[in-house]
Design a protein around this ligand. Sequence first.
Ligand code: UDP
Length: 317
Amino acid sequence: MPTPRKAVVTGAAGFLGSHLTDRLLAEGWEVLGLDNLLTGSEANLAHLTTEPRFVLEHHDVSKTIQVLGPVDFVFHFASPASPIDYLELPIQTLKVGSLGTHNSLGLAHAKGAGFLVASTSEVYGDPLEHPQRESYWGNVNPVGPRGVYDEAKRFAEAITMAYHRTHGLDTKIVRIFNTYGPRMRLNDGRVVPAFIGQALRGEPITVFGDGSQTRSFCYVSDLVEGIYRLSQSAHHEPVNIGNPREMTVLEFAQAIQRILGVDQPLIHHPLPVDDPKVRRPDISLARRLLGWEPKVEFEDGIGLTISYFRQFLAINS
Ligand code: UDP
């Protein structure tokens, strides 16, 4: 039997980190998860308690990271990631995107490991180019409320490229567009858990602004497939991974009502400051480079997510 390769996943107890951990274990890797559980939850990893190839360490990766023994790959996924989380945790968000990325790169450098950083479509800000290609530099307000996340991730990309160019580190950068699925937090404020939770509890559905802003939603298994393929590629520049099927927030609210067969009123709240008006990935690069494109239909992915939230509400009510 070949020795399993060892990965370190920062943010392993989060929504994406936990799904990525599952994928790595399924591919035969050993995984050390690092998480300070600020926004992540051990419940996301409860199914791995008897898995001998997985260990979770409680650690804030904004502080020096020490790992004994060889490491083959570092996946840096730790960060608050929903707008209300990073508005509540602005300094932690800036620190994990900057110091946390520096420490994770330092670990990869010391171990001669590959490195992949979770970046975001937020680097495009409120985009003036649509759909967004990787070549677009973005339209970010550095001092607005979202700047703490956007600029931290832009810094993360910059320092990742610096380690690649200066130290020859084998780095990858994924720009993740809106992703949804089981293990999102029902109260993280993002539109998918917000609308499904409201619909399931019989509450009004809170559309911010007039709901004409657009998003493009990718199911988590598609996203993880793209990220895993990118990690195995030799491409160092950023790559968009997301689903190009775009809809307005209003259309999304109506889709949730239709799929769940509910008719609660839609109520409008003010549009948050700097909320991007449009967002859709151009995934030509991922198609060409990785032979990747999303496979899960919106209705199927939403169905799986609704089942998860139903079960979650049944257990936790
Ligand atoms: N949104 C909404 N109602 C909510 C939560 C979010 O209308 O209860 C809108 C939000 O203003 C944004 C979109 O849905 O235009 C997606 O928001 P989310 O927080 O999921 O992530 P973002 O794409 O803004 O990072």
